[in-house]
Design a protein around this ligand. Structure first.
Ligand SMILES: [Zn+2]
Length: 551
């Protein structure tokens, strides 16, 4: 048998159980045929075999980011960036909106993101009237940098059939003028999600999804950016219906350059149940194994639900989006019975405990083997929660690069507890399964940065936080390969460079084992190969890299 891909003269870390290092790898139809010495594998070359002589470069299994928001990232360039880096005042902002409106047809939506009300030169907040003046003939929505509220204009309110008599939706607020009660254009929490966020809305949104072809191009571009950092697969942690379509479109046209585990919002579980579609489903490129549920808020937003409150305000216990344990039991129970993994967003210890209670309840009512229910982020833990997770086989998906990115902001709000946030070391010691994730674009996506952060516990400013949570380099890389594959139930086909697994790999300019740990994030990604095809680096094929059309 001949190979269609040969990687020769490399230092290939296979990540098998013995941590074997070999110098060559052969693949056929997107799968690894063999690994071993160059003399043994080079005879597998045929005239049309892609041969890469890597001259001693290091090869690792392709990186998998188990919790990323690729579909949100894809849409970023389609929206106006009104962050303080781009606009210093409301005047700047409204001028940008006017310019964008002039570019669009009347009635088309102007969408802005990353607005920061605290940084505007005028010292006041954006109003509905500002946007009416800037774009009288276009509906406009400007989303706050927190992602939890937005300001819209009158045309947008009209499109959403919202007026001064409209009641606040469940879980949200319509901003109103104090005396008159007139809508001021602010849409807060569920009022905004229902309006504009397909993956969080109850029912169809007012702001329509971007056109199918626009989404396809945007997603392809975004995947290419991740490929350049060595990413071969992601879990899209909140995949809306429009992106279920878009991932399939890219797969069908042979343009999908990474593998996707779609994590579907809970509100769509009923559609899967009605269809009689148990989890997991899909193929090696596009699949769905998990259903997303959000219990509490965010670490950066100080809305994570904490038992002992915040260090600067002990009376603040954060925010619970689901407060009733019985309601959560019902939700998790449904996911569990339908055969899916529950992917439960829980940052604070209050929320994590609720998640574990609900998972235990579901398991008692309907015992299932190997469920791999996951706690997304799982930031604020203690020994009791760790033991409980280990006993039930519940996974943790802590932030990989958060400590590097935001470490020094943690002490004022979390005090000494900061030492044990993103507790990769504790999870490993307790026998809890754990995987690497970025939560990008909320966090930074390069897996090498995540690895560096987990190994050093060092912030960008140079502060070390929580030495106890440092983990060995091999474990940090397993987070983004072997363990991330386990997190979507795909460890038999992904995460290692051994015969039979998918030919997904990353070629580095420097071996991380020969590099000071503070420099890991600076290692260049020479080449990324997904399914045997180069998606980044030399002889990049550009498109068509599925097994079906690759043979
Ligand atoms: Zn997320």
């Amino acid at each position: 048998m001949k190979a269609d891909l040969l990687v020769l003269n490399a230092r290939i870390h296979t990540f098998d159980d013995q941590c074997t290092i070999v110098d060559s790898l052969a693949a056929l139809n997107g799968r690894i045929l063999a690994v071993g010495p160059t003399e043994k594998l080079s005879p597998l070359a045929a005239p049309n075999t892609d041969v890469f002589d890597l001259g001693g470069r290091t090869v690792l299994p392709g990186f998998i980011d188990a919790h990323e928001h690729l579909s949100w990232f894809a849409e970023e360039p389609l929206k106006l960036n009104v962050s303080p880096a781009h606009v210093r005042s409301l005047l700047d902002l409204t001028q940008l909106v006017s310019k964008e409106a002039a570019r669009l047809r009347p009635g088309e939506w102007v969408q802005g993101v990353l607005y920061d009300d605290t940084k505007m030169a005028e010292g006041r907040s954006l109003k509905r009237e500002d946007l009416d003046q800037a774009a009288p003939h276009h509906p406009v929505i400007i989303v706050h940098v927190s992602g939890h509220w937005a300001v819209v204009n009158s045309a947008a309110l009209k499109a959403g059939r919202l007026n001064d008599q409209s009641p606040d939706p469940k879980g949200g607020t319509l901003g109103r003028a104090p005396v008159t009660g007139r809508l001021d254009g602010r849409l807060i929490e569920m009022a905004m999600f229902n309006f504009a966020f397909e993956s969080l809305a109850v029912g169809p949104t007012v702001v329509p999804p971007f056109a199918r072809d626009v989404r396809r191009k945007a997603l392809k571009r975004a995947a290419g950016i991740l490929n350049a950092a060595g990413v071969c697969g992601v879990g899209d942690a909140l995949t809306a219906p429009s992106y279920v379509t878009t991932y399939h479109d890219l797969f069908a046209s042979g343009e999908l350059s990474l593998r996707v585990n779609m994590i579907i919002p809970y509100i769509f579980l009923q559609n899967l149940e009605q269809l009689g579609l148990p989890g997991p489903w899909g193929n090696e490129w596009v699949r769905c194994a998990g259903i997303k549920v959000i219990i509490d808020g965010a670490i950066a937003g100080r809305t994570a639900a904490l038992k002992n409150g915040y260090a600067n305000d002990a009376s603040n216990h954060g925010v619970l989006l689901i407060e009733d344990q019985n309601e959560l039991n019902e939700i998790i129970g449904r996911i569990h019975r339908a055969g899916y993994q529950a992917c439960v967003h829980a940052n604070g210890d209050t929320a994590i405990e609720m998640a574990l209670k609900a998972i235990e309840h579901a398991q008692k009512g309907c015992p299932r083997e190997n469920t791999r229910h996951r706690i997304e982020h799982c930031t604020m833990i203690d020994d009791q929660l760790l033991a409980w997770m280990a006993r039930m086989g519940v996974m943790a998906l802590p932030f990989g690069s958060y400590l590097w990115q935001h470490g020094e902001k943690l002490r004022p709000f979390y005090g000494q507890r900061a030492d044990r946030m993103f507790a990769h070391g504790s999870f490993l010691r307790a026998g809890v399964r754990v995987a690497g994730s970025s939560d990008h674009p909320a966090g930074l996506y390069p897996p090498l940065l995540g690895v560096q952060s987990m190994v050093t516990r060092r912030t960008a400013a140079g502060e070390i936080i929580g030495v106890e949570e440092k983990i060995p380099l091999i474990e940090a890389f397993r987070m983004y390969t072997v363990y991330a594959a386990y997190a979507s139930g795909e460890e038999k086909i992904k995460g290692r460079l051994v015969s039979g697994q998918l030919a997904d790999m990353v070629v580095l300019e420097r071996d991380p084992w020969d590099c000071p740990s503070e420099e890991i994030s600076t290692i260049g990604v020479h080449q990324t190969i997904v399914g045997g095809r180069t998606v980044h680096g030399p002889r990049h094929h550009g498109a068509h890299f599925h097994a079906e059309d690759g043979a």
